[in-house]
Write a protein that binds this ligand. Structure first.
Ligand SMILES: NC(=O)c1ccc[n+]([C@@H]2O[C@H](COP(=O)([O-])OP(=O)(O)OC[C@H]3O[C@@H](n4cnc5c(N)ncnc54)[C@H](O)[C@@H]3O)[C@@H](O)[C@H]2O)c1
Length: 311
């Protein structure tokens, strides 16, 4: 595994699920870890210091270095305090894994303003705020002549890239995170920072709330083990991965797709403004059966299926 000895990482929402695995894996690779977790319910309510403290204890029990942090990632000043905690405790910051998340699923016609606002805040602002403060720190390091090789790993979702029914708030935030990744990658390259994102699939309280219990296989490879995501994070954190940026990795078990973002797609071209009637005729001629999203399950099937055939 890449050696991350001497590096300092923040993992948000690291008290449970996927974030916990990232924190353990980064510590195993040698990084000191700030284990951030608000200790919120799946809907984002309440606080509890226990999950973050338990992960810190687990890392320390294996000889690693970690410190707990209970800031809310959607609080701009709280995110700055979290970044400061890494620098004050360990003297530097190299890696930011934005992972904290909540869900409040509801069909669009019934969704409340609170359900929309809370989910957008934790995911979208909860990615922006830590990245903003970490990036300001890295810009200073770069201006001071340091050879910065910093990493931001964001967390999108199949729901955001393929579109899942019942998750207009969550999917919109996750699609936003994929776009944020592409823009941040371009802006921060000049300071030596790469920015990538994952679209994970794993058995956690989040997926069990959405899809019911997901049984573990009795033997063989567990495709839904949340630990399957962490090697991708550790690999992207290696110094050698300095030129890999702005990418979104869909991960399902051992299948990893480097997703293509919105691309140019079907072209309707003429050298003058389209007449609405002409455009409509063209649309109907080229898409006699219509054109509509296939949805998340179909998208996931295609992605994982392709990769599995290759391997
Ligand atoms: N499990 C999956 O298959 C899956 C799929 C797609 C995306 N994701 C994303 O992966 C990430 C991790 O999800 P998970 O499945 O491990 O869920 P989880 O509920 O097990 O863990 C999320 C953690 O984030 C913490 N958290 C919530 N709000 C916070 C806040 N404002 N500040 C700090 N911490 C906060 C929670 O306390 C919790 O410990 C999320 O961004 C989620 O949307 C998961």
């Amino acid at each position: 595994m890449p050696n991350l000895e001497g590096k300092v990482a923040i993992v948000t929402g690291a008290g449970r699920g996927i974030g916990r695995e990232h924190a353990l894996a980064l510590a195993r690779a040698g990084a000191s870890v700030v284990v951030n977790d608000l200790g919120a319910s799946l809907a984002g309510e309440g606080t509890d210091t226990a999950p973050a403290n338990e992960v810190v204890a687990e890392i320390e029990a294996h000889g690693g270095a970690a410190v707990a942090d209970g800031e809310n990632v959607a609080d701009f000043d709280g995110a700055e305090r979290m970044v400061r905690r890494a620098i004050d405790t360990y003297g530097r910051l190299d890696i930011l894994v934005n992972n904290a998340g909540i869900t409040r699923d509801r069909m669009l016609v019934n969704m409340s303003e609170d359900e929309w606002d809370a989910v957008i805040a934790v995911h979208l602002k909860g990615h922006f705020a830590p990245t903003r403060h970490a990036a300001a720190y890295w810009r200073e390091c770069s201006k001071d002549g340091e050879d910065v090789r910093a990493r931001v790993i964001n967390t999108s979702s199949p729901s955001g890239v393929f579109g899942n029914v019942g998750q207009a708030n969550y999917g919109a935030a996750k699609a936003g995170i994929a776009a944020f990744t592409i823009i941040a990658a371009q802006e921060l390259a000049r300071y030596g920072v790469t920015v990538n994102c994952l679209a994970p699939n794993a058995r956690t309280r989040m997926t069990e709330a959405a899809f019911g219990e997901i049984p573990k296989p009795e033997d063989g490879f567990d495709l839904m083990d949340p630990a399957n995501l962490s090697p991708i994070v550790v690999a992207l954190c290696a110094d050698e991965a300095q030129a890999i940026t702005g990418q979104c990795f869909f991960v399902y078990g051992g299948a990893v797709n480097l997703l293509r973002p919105w691309d140019a797609g079907e072209l309707f071209a003429r050298d003058e403004r389209w007449d609405a009637n002409d455009f409509l005729s063209q649309l109907l001629a080229r898409f006699p059966d219509g054109s509509a999203p296939e949805g998340m399950v179909a998208g996931m099937g295609k992605a994982g299926g392709r990769s599995l055939q290759v391997s």
